[in-house]
Design a protein around this ligand. Structure first.
Ligand SMILES: Nc1ncnc2c1ncn2[C@@H]1O[C@H](COP(=O)(O)OP(=O)(O)OP(=O)(O)O)[C@@H](O)[C@H]1O
Ligand SMILES: [Mg+2]
Length: 373
């Protein structure tokens, strides 16, 4: 099961190939009504192609898509509805607003095409403009708007005819950093207010975590994990997801066995004269002694000590050498070397540490994760 029991949008083993390139591989996903789901992954992982298949701009080679119980495309049945028959709104990266029209006319256009009556057009358009905070600019020409305002027009245009679903493809990526952060919050708030089921594409992990009810992490056309932002961050299913979301310290190891509720791993440190580390970390049951695994620990879960800490506390201890420290206001970020690994540690040590200084890192086994590589 890839989602809630009451699926509103369902992708069922969707695949799409471009020549030899397999852009989307058996993608299955259920989105509930009113949910905000984000497709997140590196460039080229198949996010836009998935979205275009939902919109009807791309025809999948295999699989099926259902929206509100209706099949909109099925490769097996040879069925594919046109985009205009799917009742889907779209907002893209480039501000697709018409410069020769006013804000009002840009938004009203979709209603005119759908032959809505004159009074209805005025009413619905002004409501949509109010929602995005642009009602006072209704008569202004779209060329005389800022980037953020243009994206609000695009959003108003997508929601005005009350589509069943809105698809967003990196709508904020053309805005400067500060405006982007502000618009993230605004857009998520608006989506919850309006309650339209939304599928949002981004390669920006912070954006995905801030905005989404659930995040779908993709890599090379495949879904890696589907979960709420907290779970994606604290319980990534593999090293790819851990690395893609936030900062993760990863070390390659071999599983030695179970020790209580955690796995014990041996981590070689390259040089023959360095004793391998033995560290414990939480993990699911899918490991066995002798199999390779990756240990993952977040910078904020590591404590840094200048003297060897007491072994009795039951934590993992790693000896390390300081590379450098970066002052970040509320904390120091310290980069240390452990054999072939460079690790990042967040510390509230007020005194900067000298490069080359010997330090000790500790973390609780349940703050570490034993992951498949
Ligand atoms: N029309 C096309 N013809 C040929 N190859 C394509 C076409 N569209 C996409 N691809 C390829 O399919 C793969 C997935 O592309 P897609 O645009 O879905 O990626 P994306 O995740 O949206 O990436 P980005 O973050 O860069 O927008 C890429 O390797 C891309 O080169
Ligand atoms: Mg894309």
């Amino acid at each position: 099961m890839n989602g809630p029991a009451q699926a509103f949008v369902e992708l069922d083993r969707l695949s799409k190939q471009f020549g030899p390139e397999q852009a989307v591989r058996e993608v299955s996903l259920c989105v509930a009504q009113g949910e905000f789901v984000t497709l997140l992954g590196p460039s080229g992982c198949g996010k836009t192609t998935t979205l275009r298949c939902i919109a009807g701009l791309e025809r999948p080679d295999a699989g099926e898509i259902r929206i509100d119980g209706q099949i909109v495309v099925s490769a097996q049945r040879g069925l594919c509805l046109d985009p205009e028959d799917r009742n889907i709104g779209m907002v893209f990266q480039s501000y697709a607003v018409w410069p020769h029209m006013t804000v009002f006319d840009n938004v009203a256009y979709g209603l005119r095409v759908r032959r809505v009556g004159h009074a209805g057009i005025r009413d619905l358009t002004m409501k949509a403009l109010e929602l995005v905070g642009l009602d006072h600019l209704a008569e202004r020409y779209a060329t005389k708007l800022s980037g953020g305002q243009r994206q609000r027009v695009a959003l108003a245009r997508a929601i005005v005819y009350k589509p069943k679903v809105i698809l967003f493809d990196e709508p904020l990526s053309n805005l400067d950093a500060k405006l982007r952060e502000q618009m993230r919050v605004e857009l998520a708030r608006l989506q919850h207010e309006v309650g339209i089921t939304s599928i949002y594409v981004t390669h920006d992990q912070a954006e995905a975590l801030v905005m989404s009810d659930r995040v779908v992490v993709m890599n090379e056309g495949r879904i890696q994990q589907i979960a709420d932002p907290h779970t994606i961050y604290t319980r990534p299913v593999n090293a790819f997801v851990a690395k893609f979301i936030g900062v993760a310290n990863l070390m390659d190891g071999i599983v030695l066995g179970r020790s209580g509720k955690s796995w014990e791993l041996e981590i070689a440190l390259g040089a023959k004269d360095r004793t391998p580390l033995r560290l414990r970390a939480d993990g699911d049951d899918g490991f066995a002694p002798g199999c390779p695994a990756v240990l993952c620990v977040r910078p904020e879960d590591i404590r840094l000590h200048t003297a060897r800490p007491d072994d009795a506390a039951g934590h993992n201890i790693i000896e390390a050498e300081v590379i450098d420290t970066v002052y970040l206001g509320t904390f120091l970020e310290c980069h240390v070397r452990v054999g072939p690994y460079e690790m990042c540690v967040q510390t509230d040590h007020l005194k900067p540490l000298a490069p080359g200084e010997k330090v000790f890192l500790t973390f609780q086994p349940d703050h570490g994760l034993c992951l498949a590589g």
